[in-house]
Design a protein around this ligand. Structure first.
Ligand code: 5CA
Ligand code: ZN
Length: 411
């Protein structure tokens, strides 16, 4: 699948710090320690049945910051993202509106690309749709079946959680919580014939009214968790640095994706850090396509809102915290953007070495973007306050470069 266009990232003087990130698996903030000079990251992509809302945008911005801090620390980054371009919600939406499911997916993927490019999110190196990955997913399901780690219920194949000794070590949820979340988030705990209610679908056998593809395990389509397992595993290998997504993916999705990969390879871990962004809410509810309480990036763009203000508004809060989108956030970000732009344009402004160190330190500390923003605010206040005085430094160009490189905000 084509990704979206990249943007140049300015090189900054000196070098960034090692990035520390919260890992859901251990419940601690730990240093990421990529090996061999390349950091490897997989972030779960969209299910393209509706337009990108600010919740999606916030999650992809968080992982964009990860990539930017790694690069500033001198690392190369191999970034992989999927698109769940065949799954129940997409097929259901297409059936409800009478649209061809492929046309719906194609349109929403293009809108997502345009939104990401406008927000200056660095694109993944590999942007892989579930449909294009079906041959490799089918081969993996066949491998699971051959080693006794998949069993049939009617025409479908399930992965037994008993095949994964590490099952539960990513989310650490108790069984009751797992059962509840599994039922709420696409699982089928009640299906008769399963050995364990938590066993997950890896291959859905052909249904007459659904798209299907041939595979070594017969015609059908992939389950959701195996899609991400295989797309990540085949490009990044086991033990990659960060598996990312929103906190709604902690269970069952990331737990099962890891379990499948660990069973397939007989090794662990799937990822060294499991990193989860908080949920963006509107009116006290998680913003979601199924609830329909959406603020769409494309609508804001159409209303000529500066995408850099959207970016600043979403970064002015901790990525891990659940947060509310309120009407005041955008005007506040627009005012801040205008102030920063005025400050960097001054012919004389305070030196920027200190603000560079502060922003690097804040972001290396589990992406504390709000703290980084305050550091730039203090520099801008000083710059605007001292204009016309005898200060002869010119920190403006460096601040412009650092907000671009580290926060992705083009001034
Ligand atoms: N295709 C799957 C992942 S393999 C999926 O969850 N797609 S999605 O379109 O529903 O979500 C895309 C990404 O946005 C996921 O990482 C999800 O965790 C995140 N996300 C969804 N809703 C919100 C929200 N309200 N706030 C923050 N992130 C969200
Ligand atoms: Zn995923």
């Amino acid at each position: 699948m084509d990704s979206w266009p990249s943007v140049a990232v300015p090189r900054l003087p000196g070098q960034g710090l090692p990035l520390r990130l919260h890992d859901t698996g251990t419940g601690t903030v730990r240093e990421t320690a990529p090996e061999g000079g390349t950091a490897r990251m997989y972030v779960c992509g969209i299910t393209p049945y509706d337009a990108t809302h600010l919740g999606h945008a916030a999650t992809y911005l968080a992982f964009d910051l990860v990539q930017r801090q790694w690069r500033d620390a001198g690392l190369d980054v191999h970034y992989v993202q999927n698109i769940t371009d065949v799954d129940d919600p997409l097929l259901e939406r297409a059936a409800a509106t009478g649209e061809d499911w492929r046309a719906l997916a194609e349109r929403e993927i293009q809108l997502f690309r345009d939104d990401m490019a406008a927000l200056r999110v660095l694109p993944p190196d590999d942007y892989i749709g579930a449909v294009e990955a079906i041959p490799e997913i089918g081969a993996a399901v066949e491998a699971l079946r051959a080693q006794g780690d998949a069993y049939a219920v009617d025409d479908d194949l399930y992965f037994p959680v008993s095949a994964a000794p590490g099952f539960g070590s990513e989310s650490h949820y108790d069984r009751d919580t797992m059962l509840r979340l599994f039922g709420d988030r696409g699982g089928d705990p009640e299906r008769p014939g399963k050995r364990d209610a938590l066993d997950s679908l890896v291959w859905r056998g052909r249904r007459p009214d659904e798209p299907s593809w041939d595979s070594p395990v017969g015609p059908g389509r992939p389950g959701w968790h195996i899609e991400c397992s295989v797309i990540a595993l085949n490009r990044l290998g086991m033990g990659f640095d960060v598996q990312g997504g929103g906190s709604d993916l902690v269970f069952p999705h990331h737990e099962h994706s890891a379990a499948h990969a660990e069973a397939l390879t007989g090794t662990a871990p799937f990822a060294r850090h499991y990193v989860h962004a908080g949920m963006i809410g509107l009116d006290g509810e998680k913003m979601s396509k199924s609830r329909g309480n959406l603020v769409l990036v494309s609508k804001l763009r159409a209303a000529h809102v500066d995408p850099m203000a959207v970016r600043l508004a979403l970064l002015d809060g901790h990525y891990r915290a659940d947060r509310e989108w309120t009407g005041g956030r955008l005007p506040a970000a627009e005012a801040r953007l205008a102030r920063w732009r005025a400050a960097v344009a001054l012919p004389t402004a305070p030196a920027a070495d200190e603000v560079l160190a502060e922003v690097r330190a804040a972001l290396a500390d589990d992406l504390d973007s709000a703290r980084a923003i305050r550091a730039v605010d203090r520099w801008a206040d000083a710059a605007l306050g001292s204009s016309g005085t005898a200060d002869s430094s010119s920190g403006g160009p460096l601040v412009r470069d650092l907000t671009d490189a580290l926060l992705g905000v083009l001034l």
